[in-house]
Design a protein. Structure first.
Length: 227
């Protein structure tokens, strides 16, 4: 009787040598230092152009090294936004999804706002990274938007958005969240109400979602949905 071998012909990758591990760590450290320095220069310059000489002085790496890792300045800013937004995407993906699209939307919103609270430079980078030309959102932005779009599509399919399209509802929601957060970033000294965003979001949901089933099944903790 013939037996078929279960042994795979694919070779397992060889473990990295100590020297290769060291070089890999050095590359990651260099990328991290350059991205962190870019973030602070963008914030300090308010989104205006900054020179590679200033960046090299801030991060401790030469211009050729910066070009080696990121290509050019636009590539550097793209990499920064992708790295930061990928963290946000991971937070939103961890939100458990249930049967209620409205509650799912609330859960993702809370994750979004918690991330912003823990990373105060996050929105400053977004606001400071203005560039001429077409928008080039990093992949993690598109993935985050797609996740938060899903509840609106489900509400529309259930007939709970009336004549409002899912795109319009999602864009209005993003404009509200982003606008309120940007105001707090731009005017941190103002005495903003601690539950300002929660009030605004719940008012928008009541106005957009039909049949009145937008009330949360549990009371939000103080300050849980805020920015």
């Amino acid at each position: 009787m013939a037996f078929t071998s279960l042994k795979s012909d694919a070779k397992a990758p060889l473990p990295l040598s100590p020297a290769e591990l060291r070089r890999s760590r050095q590359r990651e450290e260099a990328r991290r230092a350059i991205l962190d320095a870019t973030e602070w220069l963008l914030i300090e310059a308010g989104g205006e152009a900054f020179g590679l000489r200033a960046l090299a002085a801030r991060c401790g790496y030469t211009a050729p090294t910066i070009y080696h890792y990121f290509g050019d300045k636009d590539g550097l800013i793209d990499a920064l936004l992708e790295e930061r937004f990928s963290r946000l995407l991971a937070e939103v993906r961890r939100v458990e999804q249930g049967a209620d699209p409205v509650e799912n939307l609330r859960g993702m919103l809370r994750a979004y706002l918690r991330f912003g609270e823990r990373n105060p430079a996050f929105y400053r980078v977004i606001l400071a990274s203005r560039r001429d030309g077409p928008d080039r959102s990093p992949p993690s932005v598109e993935a985050t938007v797609a996740l938060m779009m899903r509840p609106w599509e489900e509400l529309s399919a259930a007939g709970r958005l009336g004549d409002t399209s899912p795109d319009a509802a999602s864009q209005a929601f993003w404009a509200l969240i982003h606008g309120l957060t940007a105001l707090r970033v731009a005017r941190p000294e103002h005495d903003w109400a601690p539950n300002l965003t929660e009030i605004a979001v719940e008012a928008m949901l009541r106005g957009m979602v039909q049949d009145g089933a937008v009330g949360s099944t549990r009371k939000a903790r103080p300050g849980r949905v805020r920015t």
